[in-house]
Design a protein around this ligand. Structure first.
Ligand SMILES: C[S@@+](CC[C@H](N)C(=O)[O-])C[C@H]1O[C@@H](n2cnc3c(N)ncnc32)[C@H](O)[C@@H]1O
Length: 212
């Protein structure tokens, strides 16, 4: 696809603000551009609720900028009416905001036979790292709800999902003593993909997989 890549824009305007998510979000845009479409459809759960680049990621704003750089549409859902209302003033007309539970919303998308999803970004239900189960289960439910709509090649990405390892530090040197595997919001989603033999294409504080 002819046209200028979004990556220099990302590097110049966003990379430094995004902290832990910088490399993984950049990789997501790289994967989308490699699809070579020029028009992208992004579905997101959990919208940018407040002006917090480092803590939250501002994913909706980034996706909005991306589909305005190329072309396309962003659909986002959030259960909090205030988050939806605040977001409305911060995004372009290419973003459709729905207010409600993400699992029910994703299921309702199955009625849209025309809809093709290039990126499914899951980031609802706030994570408690000391008890990741409720958030991890919710994100697995999201994936199950929308699965019939996902074609081979769709990038599925989950925020707040990292490989958990136990370290010891001895005389300034670190050593991994146990690998607990991938946990967080995408803990069960990661297990699902592992079980179907699909390795992550994005690994860091976020994880991503391409639907086989
Ligand atoms: C971490 S924030 C999303 C951050 C955003 N993706 C960003 O990058 O700035 C999580 C959001 O998920 C929403 N949420 C929690 N449970 C939900 C549910 N069951 N359905 C839809 N949204 C939900 C919350 O209201 C909150 O606004």
């Amino acid at each position: 696809m002819a046209g200028r890549s979004f990556l220099p824009v990302f590097d110049a305007e966003y990379a430094d603000k995004l902290g832990l998510r910088s490399e993984t979000l950049r990789k997501a845009f790289e994967i989308l551009e490699a699809m070579d479409k020029g028009r992208y459809s992004i579905v997101e759960t959990g919208c940018a609720r407040k002006d917090d680049w480092y803590g939250d990621g501002q994913s909706t704003l980034l996706f909005d900028r991306f589909v305005n750089h190329w072309d396309g549409a962003v659909r986002t859902v959030d259960i909090d009416p205030l988050a939806c209302e605040r977001l409305r003033a911060r995004v372009s007309g290419k973003v459709t905001i729905s207010c409600g539970d993400s699992v029910a919303y994703l299921r309702s998308l199955l009625g849209n036979e025309e809809l093709h999803v290039d990126l499914l970004y899951l980031d609802s239900y706030d994570l408690d790292w000391r008890n990741p189960h409720p958030a991890a289960l919710h994100h697995l439910h999201e994936l199950c709800a929308v699965m019939p709509l996902l074609a081979g090649g769709t990038l599925v990405m989950v925020d707040d999902t990292a490989r958990n390892q136990a370290f010891i530090t001895l005389k300034g040197r670190e050593m991994v003593v146990h690998d607990f595997g991938v946990a967080g919001k995408g803990g069960y989603v990661a297990e699902f993909f592992a079980k179907i033999g699909c390795a992550p294409v994005i690994e860091g504080y976020q994880h991503g997989w391409i639907m086989p």
